[in-house]
Design a protein around this ligand. Structure first.
Ligand code: SF4
Length: 308
């Protein structure tokens, strides 16, 4: 191993110092997995294990131990062992970040991938980094989150009628997953979408990557998709017929009078540090999106919330 390289030969981010070791499965607060949770080691195994998960709890456990992408596994674990100097005394999660939030959400928020020292450290999506600070402040203002901050797995934060997922569940080097990694990870999102689709009324895609990643998965479930695909943009909206809506087989009068069994897909600029520092996305812009989601949806499908 050369200086400046990690165990897998990957460059070590600046400002870091060697500090710890990985936390064994089952020893993290609220760890959804245990020693018996099956581990996907290939794209085919991701597809099998995702499709075979009967419940969200089972799916989340399986997501959280996946090792199907060698480059991402090496990176997430390298970062978790080396750690940023300011977090060197904290254990890092260092595993895939599973979906988190309501088990029967009205709103699904789809992001790109966890941050190396955010979700990869805390074990919860958009938790412990500047993007999450920005996002959760807006979710709180708009009634989707119980608190304005999300800093750790045991901070008491809860989503209200909402669920968050990343299109790619492991932190990628330079925040850039490769297309093959996106495709390998897609069955986790597909399965999660299938398990929550019946009550879903709004999907917010944070960034163009998430916008592009969700379309083929929606198509797999029979959502009616316009062609050509509408371009991603902040505030872009598309209404899609939801074939899995709880009342999809009923007449229009029996359906939710507000959404009519449709899901509203909304584009939103990603609250990355680059976007927030440059003013490309502002608190008001995020509030517009999440207020729109609140106005469009109704609370009748709210379900219990979970901490993960
Ligand atoms: S990115 Fe997805 S498929 Fe690849 S190792 Fe992580 S959880 Fe598994």
């Amino acid at each position: 191993m050369n200086a400046g390289e990690g165990r897998a030969g990957l460059p070590v981010p600046p400002g870091e110092g060697r500090a710890g070791s990985l936390v064994p499965v089952g020893e993290w607060p609220g760890d959804p997995a245990g020693p018996g949770t099956p581990v996907a080691g290939s794209a085919a195994e991701v597809a099998d294990l995702a499709a075979g998960a009967a419940t969200l709890a089972e799916l989340v456990a399986r997501q959280s131990v996946c090792r199907a992408c060698p480059r991402l596994v090496a990176w997430r674990e390298e970062v978790a062992v080396v750690r940023r100097r300011s977090f060197r005394d904290e254990p890092y999660w260092g595993r895939p970040i599973p979906g988190w939030g309501s088990e029967r959400p009205r709103l699904l928020i789809v992001g790109l991938a966890p941050a190396a020292h955010g979700g990869n450290r805390t074990g919860r999506v958009f938790t412990g980094d500047r993007s999450g600070d920005f996002l959760f402040a807006s979710l709180f203002r708009c009634g989707w989150a119980e608190k304005p901050t999300s800093v750790s797995i045991d901070d008491g934060q809860r989503l209200i009628g909402a669920r968050m997922v990343a299109a790619v569940r492991c932190a990628p080097p330079a925040n850039k997953p490769e297309p093959a990694e996106r495709d390998t990870c897609a069955p986790w999102l597909t399965a999660e979408l299938g398990l929550v689709a019946s009550g879903l009324q709004v999907i917010v895609c944070l960034g163009g990557f998430a916008w592009q990643a969700i379309w083929p998965l929606l198509g797999q479930y029979g959502f009616t998709l316009p062609r050509p695909r509408p371009a991603f943009g902040h505030g872009a909206e598309v209404r899609l017929r939801n074939p899995r809506a709880r009342n999809a087989g009923l007449g229009a009068q029996a359906q939710n009078p507000q959404t009519g069994g449709e899901v509203l897909l909304i584009g939103c600029y990603h609250p990355s540090q680059q976007n927030t520092f440059t003013g490309r996305v502002t608190p008001a812009m995020l509030d517009d999106v999440f207020t729109r989601a609140q106005v469009y949806s109704t609370p009748e499908t709210d379900g219990p919330v979970t901490e993960r």
